[in-house]
Ligand binder design. Sequence first.
Ligand code: NDP
Length: 290
Amino acid sequence: MPKSGQSEINAATRLCAVLGSPVAHSASPAMHNAAFAALALNWRYLAFEVNPKNLRAAIEGAKAMNFAGLNLTVPHKLLALEMVDELDVSAKVWGAVNTINFQNGRAIGFNTDADGIATSLREDLKIKLRGARVLLLGAGGAGRTAALKLASEGVSELFLANRTFSKILELQNEIAKKFPAVYVGLNYPKDSKAKIDLVLNATSIGLKKNDGLPFDGNQFSQNQARAVYDMIYRPAETRLLAAAKKSGCKTANGLGMLLHQGAKAFEIWTGKSAPLDVMRRALGQNIYGH
Ligand code: NDP
């Protein structure tokens, strides 16, 4: 039985899907199916476990079967740059593909992650990015996109900290070329008295129950931060966010980022405004059970 608002699956049903590995815990199907139902669209969104070695075949297969679109998650976002027929400017600028739109037999790669981060920071923390001093923890896929987006938004100083130093060195060089007005510091800010407007966690530290803080307490103190954003949304409150709250910071987890990258993808596929409240509620229900 279809859920209320959802149309019957029939020969006209359009399909979207997320490809990832692992993908079983993805909340995207819940979010997008709720949105399709709210707009009475005869569309469905599925999740497929796809090994990176089969990614090209999976994208080609979806195109051949007239899927409307795809989302890509770990570990596919960089690989897909070489596997689509065309890159939208967003995928070129941010150097990763998380959304594919199939149009006239062509796969067009987009990136909605970067806008998702910036929209969530503004909405959930009410933060003004232009001129802000930011400490970004982590330089994996999400950290790299966040660093470039923050630089493009005109933050004044961006401090990068990551376990693997070569990644922040590379990012520093890339930002120097693309956004030369932004000061990029490697590692933690030297002046321990100066406030940092935003600490953004883009490491995976905090995903596991016994994880500690994602920064080096000898080099940075929680009290230096005005606002803290953790890209992790499961659990809802990481140790980092709990400590930040306790020290009086504004805090937010990564649910808004997930929501807004999804909303943007929805709009690319359907050409309709995303029903944000419906999507937010579906995510909350799927991830937190309420
Ligand atoms: P990656 O695997 O690409 O990057 C992981 C990052 O965490 C790297 O910077 C890595 O450092 C660091 N890290 C991992 N383990 C350790 C450790 N033990 N000690 C120190 N650093 C560590 O993952 P993503 O960039 O895709 O994801 C990063 C985080 O963002 C995850 O928690 C993910 O859940 C979250 N995320 C949230 C999204 C949202 O919509 N809210 C979307 C995408 C991601 P190193 O470079 O040295 O390996």
